[in-house]
Design a protein around this ligand. Sequence first.
Ligand SMILES: [Zn+2]
Length: 203
Amino acid sequence: MKRIIYLLGFMTTSFLTTNLNAQTASKTIVIDAGHGGSDVGSKNNAIVESQFTLEIAKKIQQLAKEKNIEVILTRDEDKIVDFENRLSKINSIKPDLVISLHVNNSQNRTTNGSEVFIYKNNTDEKTAQIGSDLAELISFNSIENRGLKKQNFRILRDSQVPAFLLELGFASNDKDIEVLKAADYQKQLAEKIVNYLENYKTI
Ligand SMILES: [Zn+2]
């Protein structure tokens, strides 16, 4: 019961926050920092995916405040948030779009580059356009563009708004790690994403 009351309280609070901000914000975006807590995701001695994605998500949220874009995070701490919670948050907020941040991993340590995924059955041209724009955008500082791909990832399938999963580079590739761990890259990445969110057309 306690849990239900807690949940109701949480839902009411987030509903109110969303509604108040919706009056002023030009766009509402959900940034989903992949993994969290004991679910660390891809890992090496320089990068832990769950912490890395959270840092980038917070940077994006911070920069977006100056641009009249409301950015809501699916988690703002390094803790586990299960998929049900992430999806119910997304589908109750109904943002203009969802960006899920990840770092890739491969058995083959020479595999490198960034890529963007949209839902495998998505036929919407606008979504594909935004997806390939994002793929271009996150490929910089010698991170190679592996392009826009389609997949059946749950966050893409079950989000009721356009959703994009960004694999920013490979934690298993030394060249990518060098770029990803640099503070300058992280700052530029957040700036590029926020500039795009500010300028893309919602229709
Ligand atoms: Zn991941």
